[in-house]
Design a protein around this ligand. Sequence first.
Ligand SMILES: *Cc1c(COP(=O)(O)O)cnc(C)c1O
Length: 475
Amino acid sequence: MDVAQFKEFADASLDFIADYCENIRQLPVLPNVEPGYLSREFPQTAPQKGESWKHIMEDINTSIVPGLTQWHSPYFHAFFPTGQSYPAIIGELFMAGIGAVASNWESSPAVVELEVRVMDWLAKILGLPEEFLNSSDGPGGGVIQTAASESTLVGLLVGKHRKLQEVKSSNPNLQDCGILGKLVAYTSKESNSSVEKSGIIASVKMKLLPTDADGSLRGSVLEEAIRKDKEDGLIPCCVVASLGTTGTCAFDNIEELGKICQRENMWLHIDAAYAGTALSCPEYRYLLNGIEYVDSFNFNAHKWFLVNGDCSALWFRNTKQVEDAFKLKNIVDLPQFLPELEHWQIPDHRRFRALKLWFVIRIYGVQGIQKHVRHHISLAKHFRSLVESDLRFEVITSNLGVICFKLRQSEAVTQRILENIAKRRKIYIMPYYYKKQLLFRFVICSRFITVEDVECSWREISSQTSEVLKTLEEA
Ligand SMILES: *Cc1c(COP(=O)(O)O)cnc(C)c1O
């Protein structure tokens, strides 16, 4: 491909992307394809001769788009929002075009320095304490990771290392293997499945503790679990607390958990993957109560913060402890620039992801981000009032953009309604089992969503409920 063809392809691609975004409301939110559809349409082997980009564009329209779930459709209410915005798309383009990666400062100064700066911007936007900033006098700092899952793993691994060192220093006769097998970490039953998985990867037993009536992990439950485990000779090393669980967006009690972590010298990692974005608005900063006990704090800018994936922000109170765990001891050259972000992550290099954050923050401005968050939350409140006005339903939880509600009728009826809604493919909502109840889980996701869209989605749920109830009465 020469530069002239590149420009043609790029122009056509930008047209495609702009049309795709602006017309997304018209596309069915769920595709109508059978498993394996693509392998029947595409050849089994790669082309021998290069093809024209125009052929690829045709296939995009005829084979790719029909198999897409429209994550940015205003009728997409499943999972969580996934980040996408025009500035972030251009950021991705620049990232690919420049094509730089960085490990240390020398490998690409702008990549490292922009990341250091925008991570501080971001920390200030969320209202994190000064100690977490790269520019603070102390050892705090932030770096962009690939995913919330990876950030949890990093937090857990550092917590594991810190506890190992602590136990060894007070019991010099103990072998590493004797200590490692006894380490235990805690999270709640409501935490994301990636937390349990991080325990498997890190070889640390991850205990899933029960939550209170609001889905929150409380200090007394942690206290009791630690007491029992210590009696059994285990060594507690880490707590992964959720600010905004994936199911109902419940908030663990950081203050209660934090006091215990401090006393036990356990690492406290916060997974605020979705809800962290709400901290951009000062009215939600109360969620940070207890942050003074937190060792690592993570949120996904690639969820609600309008940045395309991947872009997961992770801050540490003390990056020296991270370097203690991850930095190779035989590196002797004097650092040319601090902080050394390359030692706070698993991969060797980082892509220039800071560009996406920089573009989004500069083009939206803090006020633009706040407007986006408040718009979504006000739509969630509106949806909640629609559910509440229908006596067939009961709202069970409602936090930020996530509303979980149930039908007062039997769960079998709920199942039928969900099946019908899925078959019609007009909206995408998911069931969620919470405290032994089958709920409808409805999330405000798309950046294009309007109040009319929310009402339209509600009409679909309400009318399908009427349909199912009618057929049951007739039967
Ligand atoms: C989405 C989510 C995750 C997983 O995020 P990835 O970036 O895909 O790893 C983890 N925790 C919570 C609370 C989430 O909502």
